[in-house]
Design a protein around this ligand. Structure first.
Ligand code: G4P
Length: 286
């Protein structure tokens, strides 16, 4: 079986992130971790707990417009049961954004009360966004900041180059997100990041990658697959290469000699998964 190649844990990138987070952490009251609702396990950096130490945290399940609603609800419950407040969001339409500031205030309520008792009730709360590449960190910041708000003046103790934006009364957001790196030790993690397009490099040839995706969809969403590609076979029990051939055939993808152009079919499957044409899909369950 082909293995995921050419991807690895980038120690250099993580060292840079560690420095940024360590430098900013003393100024931060809350960390908002963005993950991809379609792959909540693979899009989480396993070092996150160590990195943000004991800072209060909110998990934002972004791209929920592309994920399976039922699975997203289950993930929210699962994370809440683990004492992590999770909010499904969608940066395209702004869904879930109205819940963000109230959640920040709710989590920081004990801190606010403590500050108040020390006569520092007016102190601004500061939030930092973290997440692996492509989960939507910039989209989230842009949408949140775009609607509100003025840049906050530089002030002593804040590293030059970092900007703060007022995103609500008494709450500021750091404009520079902490870019975490995914960890590819598990073959599945690499594959899932490649399916969603989080990893741009070709980690497997296109056909193999599409076959892996089809294998997941055959088990988890056979009906959607059959409908999208008008498949007549027994979707759950057909070899993924044969499935790819049937998809290519049904779409009239032929090369000279009449053979099915499986590479084109593979590209189509990957593209249509990435732009939600197959359906709203969550590949990882809690
Ligand atoms: P990053 O900073 O974490 O690296 O992610 P970024 O905001 O650049 O978002 C990565 C891609 O994901 C972008 O698409 C962005 O539009 C898309 N995206 C972010 N949030 C959502 C969401 O909630 N729903 C959907 N459907 N897409 C989202 P792109 O193809 O790279 O660019 P473009 O489509 O914006 O041109």
């Amino acid at each position: 079986m082909p293995q995921v190649q050419n991807i690895q844990w980038f120690p250099g990138h993580m060292a840079k992130t560690r420095r940024l987070i360590k430098e900013m952490l003393p100024l931060i009251d809350l960390v908002a971790e963005i993950i991809d609702a379609r792959i909540p396990i693979s899009s989480r950096n396993p070092e996150i707990n160590k990195l943000v130490e004991s800072k209060p945290r909110i998990v934002l399940l972004n791209k929920c417009d592309m994920a399976d609603d039922k699975a997203t609800r289950q993930w929210v419950e699962y994370l809440n049961d683990e004492n992590t407040l999770a909010i499904p969001v969608d940066c395209k339409t702004g869904k879930g954004f109205d819940k963000f500031l109230p959640a920040v205030r709710q989590i920081l309520q004990p801190k606010l009360e403590k500050l108040q008792s020390k006569g520092m009730g007016g102190r601004t709360l500061r939030v930092m966004i973290v997440g692996i590449p492509n989960v939507g960190k910039s989209s989230f910041i842009n949408r949140l900041v775009g609607k509100s708000s003025a840049k906050v003046e530089n002030r002593p103790g804040v590293t030059r180059g970092n900007q703060w934006f007022m995103i609500g009364k008494g709450v500021e957001l750091l404009d520079t997100p902490g870019v975490l790196w995914p960890k590819f030790e598990d073959q599945k993690v690499g594959e899932h990041l490649a399916f969603t397009g989080a990893i741009k490099d070709s980690i497997l040839d296109t056909e193999t990658l599409a076959m892996r995706l089809l294998e997941s969809l055959q088990t988890m969403y056979p009906q959607m697959l059959a409908e999208r590609y008008k498949l007549k076979c027994d979707v759950e029990n057909t070899d993924s290469y044969e499935l790819l051939c049937e998809i290519g055939k049904n779409r009239g993808m032929k090369i000279s000699g009449g053979e099915v152009d499986t590479e084109r079919a593979a590209n189509t499957v990957l593209e249509e998964f990435r732009n939600t044409k197959i359906g709203r899909i969550t590949l990882e369950r809690c």
